[in-house]
Every structure is written in structure tokens, then in C-alpha cells.
Design a protein around this ligand. Sequence first.
Ligand SMILES: Cc1ncc(COP(=O)(O)O)c(C=O)c1O
Length: 364
Amino acid sequence: MTTRFSSVLKSEVETPALCLNADALERNIARMAAFLADKPAGLRPHAKTHKCPTIAWKQLEAGAIGITCAKLGEAEVMARAGIKDILIANQIIGGAKIARLLALASETRVITAVEDAAQAAQLSEAACARGLRLRTIIEVDVGMGRCGVLPGESALALARQIAQLPGLQFEGVMGYEGHAVMVVDPEERRRVAEASMAQLIETAELIRSSGLPVNIVSAGGTGTCEVSGCYPGVTELQCGSYATMDAKYRSVGIDYEPALTLVSTVISVRGSDHAVIDAGVKALSNDFGMPEVISPMGWVVARLSEEHGILERREGGEALHRGDRVELLPSHGCTTINLHDAYTVTRGDWVTALWPIAARGAVR
Ligand SMILES: Cc1ncc(COP(=O)(O)O)c(C=O)c1O
């Protein structure tokens, strides 16, 4: 659901406001779609970044083949918004979660990741009890050191086990090169990402050579899409941050447009070098460092408390007064977005809509 405004200026919006420049967002979506248009890999954007069905639909309208989610709860929100093809790129563990997963799979085309034979057997049993065949891909750890089986023989053994389970449909493999996406040196980033993709593709080939079809080979993040999106054998990408962007990705040279900003108000000043805004860690995450002040120039965020952001003036920074607006680029879009109920959507100087961040907080 979208609320429309006709005459609210961005400069008058109540703060803190998580603002989304719709033109920049749409250009980012179009740019990624154009990049992949002549490549074999499709795009299944990660909705854990924006958590917003309105944006997911824009990505689908631009040609995305489906969406990716990190959590079952996110997938449920997206499915309720009518999205029909969802990869949950994560491990779903425990009876209650499996019951929800199967309820979702009975209405929507869902693919879930698995990493273990006992887990696969449990999913199969539950799927059989509901008369379903659950689509699954094996998560392969291609160097990030998070979830997943090791590439090669371990993945092959699991693929063979899954293929024999009546409630499961084996679809392929995924391997997220998350340890590469923010490597600062572009050449090193490429090298690390290529090494990951080589492991993933070799694993897919090994499984194929055993006679099992591998339909899906899924990988990719915003920082490495130019590697994984061109790597022979990768069938789909899971990039998320490219749509909204953030300061961390900008700092490693990724030049998708910063569509997401946080508009705040100065609530306190002391002297000419110290100002406090009405946004702290309850409005701006700092897991990737401090947000960046983009307007006015010449100020930095020194620290954040719950509801306050303490700014320090740098050489050349213009004076701030109580009531002034300060616009910031979140350091990490995904975790900042999760703090807000809605985007204040802007075009030029005007607020044009409020888009609910419907999957905000959907961590279950
Ligand atoms: C499994 C998985 N795939 C894809 C992504 C997309 O990453 P990005 O936001 O860098 O595009 C992430 C991000 O954390 C992820 O965890």
C-alpha cells in the first residue's frame, strides 16, 4: 500500500526521515537490469536490503526473475504482496519454521537453502506429510566462512542425498562471496570473487558429472556483481544494496547512486564546532561505521547515542543552528532501513509517497 502526497516539501518533512530518492532508485534498478540484459545470469535481487514490496515489484518489472530473502518472515511479507518466486538464501531450522516454510511453499514458488543431510531429511519428511515437493539448493561456503557445506565432494554427497529424498526437488547450488564484496582494492576484490566463483562452478560441474541436473547456480553481491554476473556458469545474482546504496559501498568505489538518505534536524548547538541532531542509533545503524554527513558540507558524525547524533565541525564547515536540516548517507543501508517503518519517497524537492518497509523487523 502506498500513501500519496501532493504538496509536502522534502525540506519540511518531519525528522528523522528515511528519505528515498525515487529517481535515483529507479536509475539504479535500471542500471543493474541493463548490465545483466546481455548476460546469461538473471537477477534475483536480495530484498533483505530494502524490505519493501513496492521496491521488489519495481525490480521485477525491470526484469528480475524473482527475489531473494534472508528470513522466512521477509519471504512471507513478500509473498503476501503477491511475489511468486522467492529464494530464501539461508538455512531454515526447527519444526515451527519448517511448518511455516511449507505453508509458504504451498502458495508460492519457494526455494530454500540446505547444508546438511539430516536437515534435508527433516524437510523432506515434513514436505511429504503435506504432499509437497520443496525446491532446494545447496549452500556452498565459497570462502566467507558462514553457512554452507565445503565445495566439491561434500556438496556432491549432499546433492546425492537430496536427490533421493521424495519431498525435495534438488535445484542447484548457491555460494555468496560475501568476503569479497567490500575488498577495497578492485583487483584484489576481483581475484577473491573469481576464486569463489571457480569453487562454486567446479562444484556445480562435479554434481552434474554425477548425473544430477543443476538448474540454479546463484551468487553475487553489489560489490562483485561485475565478476559473478559475467562468470560462466552462474545463472542468477543475489545483489541487494545496489538499489538503495550506502556509504560503505561508496567508500570501496561502487558507484551506484546513493538513493537513501536520512534527513535529521539540529536540536542542540554549542559554540561553532559542536552540534547534535535528532537521530542516533535508533534511526541510523553504525555496524559499518559512522554515517556520512552530505549536507551541509564540513561536518562529521563523531558519535551516536540512542536518539542523538553528535556532529563535529571540520575545516570550512558552515555554521549550524538549532532547527537546521542535516542530511546523512547511512553507512549500512540494510541495517538502517530495518529501523524505520516507511520510506519518505522524494522526487526532486517534493515528497511523493510513503512506502511501508513492510518486512522491517521480520527477523524470524
Ligand atoms: C546470501 C547473500 N546474498 C546476497 C547478498 C547481497 O549483498 P549486497 O547487499 O552486497 O548486494 C547478501 C548480503 O549480505 C547475502 O547475505
